[in-house]
Design a protein around this ligand. Structure first.
Ligand code: SF4
Length: 489
């Protein structure tokens, strides 16, 4: 067993499925050209945005709840070592087993070993962002073990050999007609005349999954919260498939990021009010499953909790960036983000898309790749994400902070070169006057009609490709002042 003291950041390969993804600007360029995708996203995010606003408005003390959620998470993160050890003790004394994993590879290896010891060649899964982050399904497949996603949206993604694009609704980029086509192609139980309405699609998925639930020896889950005092794990969901995964198989393996911990049951009360209103715009979740270790003749006989670091310890070391670890994965920030609404989730190259992905993924993985360094720039800094976040994560503040880190970590980052040059010019009146003269000359040479510049060479073409620019005036203010006031300054 690895102890928490041995936990280290795992920037390389910490999200193996997403290795080699393009950087945000190039992925987003492709995504925004897809008008069907934009229609699907706009339709889905507009509906959920309005519903969320209505149910939040019902609570007079929403802001107090939000600040309570923030305070509980901050306190827990500041004392994470204590609470993790308390959780380990509680789970163990309730008959469960705790495993510590430094990175995705360690977590996957633990799960594979456990499944092989049960002589199982498949496992049913409830929705879990953490297993997506670790690339568990792919690791299981490489070891001859089939992972069966049982959440409807995750099943759609899996059958389509696709990747999730939203935290809560992984198949948000697909519409009903596309899902109907997919089911007719991939599900043998699908009737030939399967309609594209939600009840028919859901009934087909249910028929497909029912046998898998009853056969499965092993279930795999994540957890929304882990209560340190009692060793209880909490899963909230809407479909009931999660509860079947958590209760029917003999062995249950839960992948949980170390930041999911909360100290006590009292704290859970706050989050069970914040999460459903922020995520599905419901007053409470249809299914809330809570289990503590194992119980005789009720649920799994064996319970394994895999606690995953995978870059979280490194994130905790950053005073501004660590607030991303407060996230309860409600997805409210995605639904209000104008950048997400146009670019979609795949452009973020990580299981965590949208504003939270733009600050969490580069911290978990490190900012050494162009894809990770580009993520903090995937925002207009409008602040809508901060306003809706139920644990008051100041995402714009973290974005600006991470932009500075991205620039500092890459010596040849264009902004770094540009601002070094600008600092040198702005700090010297002589250089400033020379630059202004040069700018006026160059501007009048390239300006076409009405004093506008239509096209500039790279890298300035990034601006003029989509808009024109005003030409610098033929004479600077300094030169005009000097000419008209006889050189007085
Ligand atoms: S950052 Fe806040 S709004 Fe976004 S998913 Fe996390 S908790 Fe929800």
């Amino acid at each position: 067993m690895t102890t928490p003291a041995g936990a280290t950041p795992a920037p390389n390969g910490s999200m193996p499925t997403y290795l080699g993804m393009p950087s945000f600007p190039s992925a987003a360029r492709t995504a925004v050209a897809d008008s069907q995708l934009r229609r699907n996203l706009t339709h889905a995010t507009t509906a959920i945005r309005a519903k969320r606003a209505n149910v939040v408005r019902e609570l007079d003390d929403w802001e107090e709840l939000r600040q309570a959620g923030k305070a509980i998470k901050e306190h827990t993160l500041a004392n994470l070592d204590t609470y993790l050890l308390r959780l380990e003790e509680s789970v163990t004394s309730a008959g469960g087993h705790v495993h510590w994993a430094r990175d995705a590879a360690e977590a996957n290896a633990i799960a594979i070993d456990l499944i092989k010891r049960k002589n199982a060649d498949k496992a049913v899964k409830s929705k879990s962002m953490t297993t997506q982050e670790a690339g568990l399904n792919e690791a299981l497949a490489q070891n001859g073990i089939q992972a069966i996603e049982t959440d409807l949206a995750e099943l759609i993604v899996q059958l389509g050999d696709d990747l999730p694009s939203h935290i809560l609704v992984p198949a948000i980029h697909k519409n009903r007609a596309e899902i109907g086509d997919l089911f007719r192609r991939t599900i043998s139980e699908a009737p030939g005349d399967l309609a594209d309405d939600p009840p028919s699609l859901t009934a087909t998925a249910r028929a497909h999954l029912r046998g898998e639930f009853l056969d499965a020896k092993v279930g795999i889950s994540g957890a929304n919260f882990a209560v340190a005092d009692t060793g209880s794990l909490v899963v909230v969901e809407s479909e009931g498939n999660g509860r079947m995964c958590l209760t029917l198989p003999d062995t249950l393996i839960s992948f949980v990021g170390i930041e999911k911990i909360i100290p006590s049951w009292r704290d859970l009360e706050v989050f069970l009010a914040l999460l459903p209103r922020s995520s599905t715009a419901e007053r409470m979740n249809p299914y809330t499953t809570i289990w503590s270790g194992v119980a005789n003749a009720d649920g799994p006989r064996e319970f394994h909790l895999i606690l995953l670091d995978n870059g979280r310890t490194a994130t905790l070391a950053d005073e501004t960036g660590r607030q991303a670890l407060r996230c309860i994965r409600c997805s409210a920030c995605l639904n209000v983000c104008p950048v997400y609404e146009r670019a979609g989730g795949h452009a973020y190259g990580s299981p965590y898309p949208g504003p939270i992905g733009a600050i969490l993924s580069p911290q978990l993985r490190g900012m050494t790749s162009p894809a990770d360094a580009s993520l903090p720039f995937a925002s207009s800094l409008c602040g809508a994400c901060y306003e809706v976040c139920p644990v008051a994560i100041n995402i714009p503040e973290a974005l600006v902070h991470l932009r500075a880190r991205a620039v500092q970590s890459q010596p040849h980052y264009p902004e770094r070169i540009f601002f070094s040059l600008a600092a040198s010019i702005l700090s010297s009146p002589g250089r400033m006057a020379f630059a202004q003269r040069l700018g006026s000359l160059a501007g009048s040479a390239v300006a076409r009609r009405k004093g506008r510049i239509r096209r500039l060479p790279p890298p300035l073409s990034a601006w003029t490709d989509t808009r024109d620019a005003p030409a610098p005036p033929p004479e600077s203010f300094r030169a005009w002042w000097s000419r008209t006031r006889g050189g007085a300054r």
